[in-house]
Ligand binder design. Structure first.
Ligand SMILES: NC(=O)c1ccc[n+]([C@@H]2O[C@H](COP(=O)([O-])OP(=O)(O)OC[C@H]3O[C@@H](n4cnc5c(N)ncnc54)[C@H](O)[C@@H]3O)[C@@H](O)[C@H]2O)c1
Length: 286
C-alpha cells in the first residue's frame, strides 16, 4: 500500500489545531484527502482548515472534546453526514501533565487519562463500527509516544497513558484480524517534535515540576522536528499498513531494545543520574 491508497478518502484527525495533528491534516490534504480538522480549540482548527482550503484542499473544522463520549459521537455523525465513509482516523489529541503522582489533583489525573486514553477509546467506539460496515480498506492510528517504551518520573500520568495506548492499539489490531476487517491499525510513536504540548502542559504548584516543564519545552524547541515534518514521516508508514510508526526510527529502536532488555532481566526501574540532572531533578539527599 502506498500513499495513493489514501487519495480521495476522508481523514479525521483529532488535536489537529496544532503540532503533529496540524501537520497530519496538512500532509493528508496534500495527498488529496478530505480532512476533518477536529480540536477543542476551534479557532486553531478553523485556521488550519482555512489554510488547507486556501491551498486548494478540502477541509472542515469541527470542535470536539475527545474526553467526552457525546462530543465524539457528534463528530462522527457530522463527518458521516458531510462526507460519508471515513478512510483514516487518527486519535491524536493529547496533553502533558507534570508532577509527582501524589501531588497531582484528582482533576489533573482525570483530565490527562480522559483525553489521552479515553479519547482514543471513544474515537474507536464512535468511528470503527461504520468503518467496518463499509467493508473498504481503512486505517486507524493512535498517537502514543516513544515515552510508551520507557519511563519518565514526574510525567507519570502522561507516560502511563502512552503505555496504555500502545497496548490498546495492539489489542485493536488483533480484534480487526479476528473480524477479518480491512482496517489497518497503527501505533504512532513520535520522538521529539517542536509543538505547544509543554507550553500548555499542566503542572503541580511545586517548582520542581514547573522547572521540568520549562526544560522539556526548551528541549523540544531546540531538538524537535516540526509537526509538518513529523507528519511527512508518519503518513506513508500508516498508508503502508505498518503497526509501529516512528518519526525517529533510531531512537524508537534503541528504546524498544532497552525496554526488552530491562524486562528480560526483570531489573528494577532505573534512570541514569545524569538523565535526572538533565531534567533539572536531583536525587533527594544529594
Ligand atoms: N511533541 C512531541 O514531542 C510528542 C512526542 C510524542 C508524542 N506526542 C503526542 O502527539 C500528540 C499531539 O501532540 P502535539 O505535540 O502535537 O501537541 P499540541 O499541544 O501542539 O497539540 C495537541 C492538540 O490537541 C488539542 N486537544 C487538547 N485537548 C483536547 C481535547 N480534549 N479534545 C480535542 N482536542 C484536544 C489541543 O488543543 C492541541 O491543539 C499527543 O498525543 C502527544 O502526546 C507528542
Amino acid at each position: 500500500m502506498s500513499m495513493e491508497a489514501l487519495r480521495g478518502g476522508v481523514a479525521v484527525i483529532t488535536g489537529a489545531g496544532s503540532g503533529i495533528g496540524e501537520g497530519l491534516a496538512r500532509v493528508a490534504a496534500e495527498y488529496g484527502m478530505k480532512v476533518v480538522v477536529a480540536d477543542i480549540a476551534v479557532d486553531r482548527a478553523q485556521s488550519v482548515a482555512s489554510a488547507i482550503v486556501e491551498q486548494g484542499g478540502e477541509a472542515l473544522a469541527v470542535k470536539v472534546d475527545v474526553s467526552t463520549p457525546d462530543s465524539i459521537d457528534a463528530l462522527a455523525a457530522t463527518v458521516h453526514e458531510h462526507w460519508g465513509d471515513v478512510t483514516l482516523l487518527v486519535n491524536n489529541a493529547g496533553v502533558e501533565t507534570l508532577g509527582f503522582t501524589w501531588e497531582l489533583s484528582t482533576a489533573q489525573w482525570e483530565k490527562t487519562l480522559n483525553i489521552n486514553i479515553h479519547g482514543a477509546i471513544h474515537g474507536v467506539r464512535a468511528f470503527a463500527p461504520r468503518m467496518i460496515a463499509a467493508g473498504k480498506p481503512a486505517w486507524i492510528a493512535n498517537t502514543a509516544s516513544i515515552g510508551g517504551l520507557g519511563m519518565m518520573p514526574i510525567q507519570t500520568s502522561y507516560i502511563l497513558s502512552k503505555h496504555a495506548l500502545i497496548s490498546f492499539s495492539e489489542c485493536l489490531y488483533l480484534e480487526m484480524q479476528i473480524k477479518q476487517a480491512p482496517i489497518r491499525v497503527s501505533a504512532i510513536l513520535p520522538g521529539p517534535v517542536a509543538t505547544r504540548i509543554f507550553q500548555d502542559g499542566g503542572t503541580t504548584i511545586d517548582t520542581g515540576s514547573e522547572q521540568h516543564r520549562v526544560l522539556m519545552n526548551a528541549m523540544l524547541e531546540a531538538d524537535g522536528i516540526s509537526g509538518y515534518e513529523a507528519a511527512q514521516r508518519i503518513l506513508p508508514q500508516i498508508a503502508a499498513g505498518d503497526f509501529w510508526v516512528s518519526t525517529h526510527p533510531e531512537i524508537t529502536r534503541e528504546m524498544a531494545a532497552g525496554r526488552a532488555a530491562h524486562l528480560t532481566a526483570l531489573g528494577n526501574p532505573a534512570l541514569p543520574v545524569e538523565v535526572l540532572r538533565g531534567m533539572g531533578l536531583s536525587i533527594d539527599g544529594e
